[in-house]
Design a protein around this ligand. Structure first.
Ligand SMILES: Nc1ncnc2c1ncn2[C@@H]1O[C@H](COP(=O)(O)OP(=O)(O)O)[C@@H](O)[C@H]1O
Ligand SMILES: [Mg+2]
Length: 206
């Protein structure tokens, strides 16, 4: 994905991305202090916000192949399972129930399959919203502080699920996560933001 001269003014805040190249199939971290424009940037990539000017070249990726997870998961008023398969349903794809069960099992949610999704604990809700976003195998996955404040076990699970996906069919990830900034072995590239601008990129070797 290539971003050129992207500009957005919201209130007194201005985002200005002169040029940013997001290598496909890699895990990218976006790092910067509160209010520097991470969420505004991610919403522009997602297409939730329209830029005042500028251009994002998605290099062939379609809007329906991009997904964004926010910090507080939005779950529908139905069961865990129906929430999980929703992205498939709206795309007219028939879910493979055995595969879905496997995924739930891996996340420790199989017993809750028929449970009302909104009655899950907050950690379980995060897990379900993550699985739901992964289920249609999107090409670009944006996580805006989705996996913040997780316990160590869930954190490992998410990292494992991310690695699993990357081995199978690498997606492009854009991740904002304060806990992962410092031990960023997961990130293959880190893009630093300050006051609405990208100021530095670090690309991991190998
Ligand atoms: N809808 C809005 N109206 C006015 N200001 C906004 C709006 N959305 C975001 N901002 C401002 O834009 C700046 C960047 O916000 P944001 O991208 O959410 O920061 P963060 O890096 O913490 O995610 C902040 O100063 C915020 O107050
Ligand atoms: Mg934010």
């Amino acid at each position: 994905m290539k971003i050129t001269d992207l500009h957005k003014k919201i209130g007194r805040f201005e985002l200005n991305v002169e040029s940013l190249s997001v290598e496909p199939g890699k895990i990218h971290g976006i790092v910067g202090s509160n209010g520097c424009g991470k969420t505004v940037f991610l919403k522009l990539v997602m297409g939730i916000l329209n830029p005042d000017r500028g251009y994002i070249d998605y290099e062939g990726i379609l809007p329906q192949e991009i997904t964004m997870m926010t910090q507080r998961p939005y779950l529908m008023r139905t069961s865990v399972y129906k929430n999980l398969i929703y992205p498939l349903k709206i795309r007219g794809i028939r879910p493979d129930e055995e595969k879905m069960d496997e995924l739930l099992d891996r996340a420790g949610l199989l017993e809750q399959k028929k449970q009302y999704a909104r009655s899950l604990s907050s950690g379980e809700k995060q897990k379900l919203s993550f699985l739901r976003a992964m289920v249609f195998e999107p090409k670009v996955i944006i996580m805006d502080e989705t996996l913040s404040n997780l316990d160590a076990e869930s954190e490992e699970l998410f990292k494992e699920l991310i690695s699993m996906r990357q081995k199978k069919d690498p997606a492009t990830w854009l991740i904002v996560n304060h806990q992962w900034d410092h031990v960023n072995r997961l990130f293959e590239a880190v893009h630093y933001m300050e006051k609405g601008r990208f100021v530095k990129n670090e690309i991991a070797e190998g």
